[in-house]
Design a protein around this ligand. Structure first.
Ligand SMILES: Nc1ncnc2c1ncn2[C@@H]1O[C@H](COP(=O)(O)OP(=O)(O)OP(=O)(O)O)[C@@H](O)[C@H]1O
Ligand SMILES: [Mg+2]
Length: 245
């Protein structure tokens, strides 16, 4: 089992889109995939068509529900859904000793090939739980001017977690999203990032594609909603790169 956190403390960079569609690409290839929604906005749960779930990831983490009670099985992927109430659970998680290990404990011994965790846009205890449970973290950024502002914070948090809590965690890669390699400006950003030896950049980028925005409204992955789209093609190429890591 390989566990990936999709994380960035900056909002709206493509974490949820990447969790959903990279997960769907892996499932498409026949792997058994679990997605985890760790964000109180519930965007991933909504994108997977989860409604009226009785239990959620916050309850699982504090031990008020079991893995089986919380899990929702979909046709192609399983999901541990979130809830608007997750923030109050985050507060409770903070009060407990060793609270950073709760998610790792829940995933131990589970029978999945890939687990992808959609993190909230913050670096609080939920993101710490995700990183402690992960082998890799992926950081989607938008290829605009200040895209890498904030990268230091995630990299520093991970360095601390690697040292103290989870020696296995490593950067899978920085993923350029809404990116257009044809523009000079994008090429400049790409060159600048690839020259930085502290970071690892995925060779594959995700281009701007309105289908990626639309598919979530129909509770579908890009492979179901628009299999011929740029988005589907880009996420499949990314999937190949992730599999070769
Ligand atoms: N490559 C893309 N092309 C077009 N639209 C995109 C692309 N990637 C993401 N989007 C859209 O941009 C918005 C933000 O993306 P997303 O929700 O994945 O970001 P996020 O990092 O999860 O945000 P948050 O920090 O709020 O959780 C969404 O409306 C999504 O549909
Ligand atoms: Mg999100």
């Amino acid at each position: 089992m390989k566990v990936f956190s999709i994380t960035n403390n900056k909002g709206g960079t493509g974490k949820t889109t990447t969790t959903l569609n990279l997960g769907a690409a892996l499932a498409h290839k026949g792997f058994k995939v679990l997605l985890i929604d760790l964000d109180a906005q519930c965007n991933l749960s909504i994108a997977l068509g989860v409604k009226n779930n009785t239990s959620h990831i916050g309850e699982l983490l504090v031990g008020e529900s079991t893995f089986e009670q919380t899990l929702i099985k979909k046709e192609k992927m399983d999901i541990l859904p979130s809830s608007r109430l997750l923030l109050s659970f985050e507060y409770r998680i903070n009060m407990e000793p060793d609270s950073g290990y709760f998610l790792q404990e829940q995933l131990a011994g589970k029978d999945y090939d890939y687990v992808l965790i959609d993190c909230p846009p913050s670096l609080g205890s939920l993101t710490v739980n995700a990183l402690v449970a992960s082998d890799y973290f992926i950081v989607p950024i938008q290829g605009e001017n200040f895209a890498y502002v904030g990268l230091d914070e995630i990299l520093q948090l991970c360095a601390k977690i690697r040292k103290r809590m989870n020696p296995n965690i490593q950067l899978g890669g920085i993923l350029l999203n809404k990116f257009d390699m044809r523009t000079k400006f994008s090429q400049m950003i790409y060159t600048k990032l690839s020259e930085n030896s502290d970071i690892k950049l995925y060779k594959s980028n995700i281009r701007q594609d309105v289908s990626l925005m639309e598919c979530t409204a129909f509770a579908q992955s890009i492979f179901e909603y628009a299999p011929e789209s740029r988005g589907a093609s880009d996420y499949m190429v990314l999937c190949e790169e992730v599999l070769s890591q």
